[in-house]
Ligand binder design. Sequence first.
Ligand code: FEO
Length: 180
Amino acid sequence: MKDLVRMKTSLSEEIEALLNGQVKMEAKSSSIYLAMAAYCDRLGFENSSEFFFQQAEEERQHMLKIFRYIADAGGTPVSPDVANVPQEFGSFRGVYENALEQEIEVTNAINKIVSAAYKGGDHTTANFLQWFISEQQEEEFTARKRLELFDVIGEEGIGAYMIDQKIPEIGPPTSEDAEA
Ligand code: FEO
């Protein structure tokens, strides 16, 4: 007998649900980064504000990438509802702490989907998500480096201003440079 579900889509119900959950998570990340951009702008940290505007755009691209993958695999991508986006982050440093925590959560979520994909024999999805694994390695690395600036430079005097000046200089891990 033909497997009619398999003929319609290559995704199992479980993987489709997990991927849609990730679509939502990336959309929420985008919204949170947008709120961070506005928050930093209000504090007068222009480089940080610009950085978070860019991050918001990147997360939207991540969301679209997964959304399209689900559609291309014959599944049903769900346009995400995003609620409860925080608008306040307590302090300049608080923004960067939140940003790192957010990236760690995304990494954990991606790892969970990859594990589920391998467990279900869905190597196509596992392969698709490899890009996100590398992306998260970079995002976590750079988020940690940005947060470290607060310890290395300190916020006293013109320290906070100097931290904001250094934000655009943080690049990807040197192991990536070696591959380039
Ligand atoms: Fe797309 Fe940084 O999570």
